[in-house]
Design a protein around this ligand. Sequence first.
Ligand code: ADP
Ligand code: MG
Length: 420
Amino acid sequence: MDEEFLDRVMGEEGVGRVDEFTGQLWRIWRSLRDQGIHQSRHLGLFRSDYLLHTTETNGEATVSLKQVEFNTISSSFGALSQNVAKMHRYLAATTEYFNSSPFLKAENLPPNETIAGLAEGLVAAHRAYGSSSAWILFVVQPGERNVFDQRWLEYELIEKHSIHVIRQTFDELAISAQVVPDSRILQVKLPGLLPGGVETVEISTVYFRAGYTPNDYPTPRHYATRQVIESSVAIKCPSIQLQLAGGKKVQQVLTQPGVMERFLHDASPHLRSTWMDMWALKEPGVAGSEGVSRARREARNLVLKPQREGGGNNVYKEDIPSFLDTLPEEEREAWIAMTLIKTPEGLGNYLVRAGSGTEGAMKAEVVSELGIFGWALFGGPEKSIEEKEVGWLLRTKGKDSNEGGVAAGFSVLDSLVLVD
Ligand code: ADP
Ligand code: MG
């Protein structure tokens, strides 16, 4: 982990100075480093998202994959996408889709084993921690709707790997979590819930499915609870610094000439070719407003993104000029501009909404966003890296919707069909 790079981009001289939430997270990390506290092994369950981009050369349209963003925290829908793939496979087997398309047959539906794959990442961290009786902690939001995605991982961990999972919110952890002095072992108190009069469980791995939005920290006490967890030797998925590394600002800085190449010495030029143009509305320490002027000029082909996750935070196209009029100058550094991916036109499908039967099937022109899941366990005294690609997600939305989130109500879960 390149701490100097992250400090410069997300710390007090970078986004952390102008964006309150990024600053809060960065200061927790800073304070732990000042105290000499760190667990140098990190787990990431990642999802890299792509849209198809159309370009025209000599009057001929070609399509290629372009990256939308890279998620380092709470990359959701892995388990549900596996189940949706299973459902589509089942429908192919039972109905052959009424011969509606020659492509819709079982051999064109690729396997999707994301549940086992993501669980394997958590198991790798649990083993690296090295205490087989320890539990894995899922930090979740109160009234969590994504529970239907998350539980599958819990079942896989207990059934296939005999690893117990406890789900707790930051509010619950404020009371139940403690870090043992000296050993810095993370314990969660579960009085009355364990056999043999045992009152606490040791946590090997903390899987954050909350904590990626400022709404998860309504009071300073919530940040304090995050800090308690981060100060332990439990392996975090992700650690606070790995969460910061997933910031949109980091993704923009990586596109600058030579930056990615510092980290990936043998980087293929194909990697860069999957990125759209990105720039900062303002670079730290650089005077002038060229970034803003360019955003105004190119607004119709742009999306502006702040340092947030989870959907509903971006500003698109014609909304950009008036948004820029009201954005305080000092907040410009917290935003990046990204050229819009030009998705293929004329693709139709039915979007089916839950609970509304056949009435709920809506025919629409659609856009599909592909997510590729993988995990990485890295760091530790030996600075090792274990990593694996594990599965995929497809979300499909109406062509006219800018946003892409399923839980946010913009898109529906879908499956891939592979064709030549
Ligand atoms: P979030 O962290 O909120 O998920 P994203 O960067 O994924 O933010 O943006 C949300 C949605 O906006 C995406 O799912 C995608 O549908 C759309 N989007 C984001 N960037 C682009 C882009 N450059 N071109 C076209 N659509 C985009
Ligand atoms: Mg996204």
